[in-house]
Design a protein around this ligand. Structure first.
Ligand SMILES: CC(C)(COP(=O)(O)OP(=O)(O)OC[C@H]1O[C@@H](n2cnc3c(N)ncnc32)[C@H](O)[C@@H]1OP(=O)(O)O)[C@@H](O)C(=O)NCCC(=O)NCCS
Length: 214
C-alpha cells in the first residue's frame, strides 16, 4: 500500500523532488508513495503551468494543509536551509511525519545514516561512514566523502563535493560546483559560493567564495 506524500514548495527543487518520487515508484515492485500534490504558499504563474503540464496538483498553502484532517508524509522541496527549517518545524509540530527520498540512481555506501526529511537526487555519491541529518538536500551529482557529517538542514547544491572527515554544521549551504577539502568544518549557517574551493574552516554564518574561498 503506497504511503501518501506531499511536497512543500513547487519551485525547481520541489518539482525535481516529484521526479524522484516517480523514479522511486518506477524502480520498486509496488509504488512506495502516492504523491497527493505540492503545497506552495505563493505559487507563481509559471510554476502553476509547470504543475498542470505534469499533471501534478497544487494543494494550496501550508496553512491549508495544516488546518486539514489528513496527515500525509511530507518533504520540503525548498532549497534555502532557513526556509526549509521554518516549514519543517511547523509541519513537525502539527504531527506530519517526514519522508526520506533517495533516487534509485544515487549510491549510498556502507555505514551511512540518513535523517528523516532528507532528499537525495540522481547521481549523488555518498561513500562510507557518513552521517546525514534531518532535511538534508543532496542535489544532483553531489559527492560526500568518507567519515563526514552533514548536520540537519544542510544543502549541497548540484555537483558540489565535500571531502573526507568534514563536518558541515546545521543549515549550511554549499553552492553549485563548490569543493570543501578534507578535514574541514563549516560553521552553522555558512554559505559557500558556487565554484568555490574551501581550504580552511569557515565560521558560522559566514559567506565565502572564490578559489581559495574567502
Ligand atoms: C556567493 C553567493 C552566496 C553570493 O551572493 P550575494 O551576496 O548575493 O552576491 P552578489 O551577487 O551580490 O555578488 C557580490 C560580488 O561577489 C561576486 N560573486 C558572486 N558569487 C560569486 C561566486 N560564486 N564566486 C565568485 N564571485 C562571486 C559577484 O560577481 C560580485 O562581485 P563584484 O562586487 O566584484 O561585482 C552567491 O553568488 C552564490 O554563489 N550562491 C550559490 C548559488 C548556487 O549554488 N546556485 C545553485 C542553486 S541549485
Amino acid at each position: 500500500m503506497p504511503k501518501d506524500l506531499v511536497i512543500v514548495g513547487a519551485g525547481g527543487f520541489g518539482r525535481e523532488t516529484a521526479d524522484i518520487v516517480e523514479a522511486i515508484n518506477a524502480a520498486a515492485a509496488q509504488p512506495v508513495w502516492r504523491l497527493l500534490g505540492l503545497v506552495d504558499d505563493a505559487l507563481s504563474a509559471d510554476n502553476e503551468e509547470r504543475l498542470v503540464r505534469r499533471g501534478l496538483r497544487h494543494l494550496g498553502s501550508a496553512d491549508e494543509l495544516i488546518s486539514g484532517d489528513q496527515r500525509p508524509h511530507y518533504v520540503v522541496g525548498i532549497g534555502s536551509p532557513a526556509a526549509r527549517r521554518r516549514v519543517a518545524g511547523r509541519l513537525d509540530a502539527a504531527g506530519f511525519p517526514a519522508a526520506t527520498l533517495v533516487h534509485p540512481q544515487a549510491t549510498l555506501g556502507s555505514e551511512v545514516t540518513i535523517g528523516d526529511g532528507s532528499v537525495v537526487c540522481a547521481g549523488v555519491r555518498v561513500t562510507t561512514n557518513v552521517q546525514l541529518g534531518r532535511h538534508v538536500h543532496l542535489n544532483p551529482n553531489a559527492t560526500i566523502g568518507h567519515d563526514t557529517t552533514l548536520e540537519d538542514f544542510v544543502s549541497m547544491n548540484p555537483a558540489s563535493s565535500v571531502s573526507g572527515d568534514c563536518v558541515i554544521e546545521t543549515g549550511s549551504l554549499v553552492g553549485v560546483g563548490a569543493v570543501v577539502l578534507n578535514r574541514l568544518r563549516l560553521g552553522a549557517g555558512a554559505v559557500v559560493g558556487g565554484s568555490a574551493c574551501v581550504v580552511k574552516n569557515v565560521a558560522s554564518g559566514t559567506v565565502v567564495k572564490g578559489v581559495p574561498a574567502k
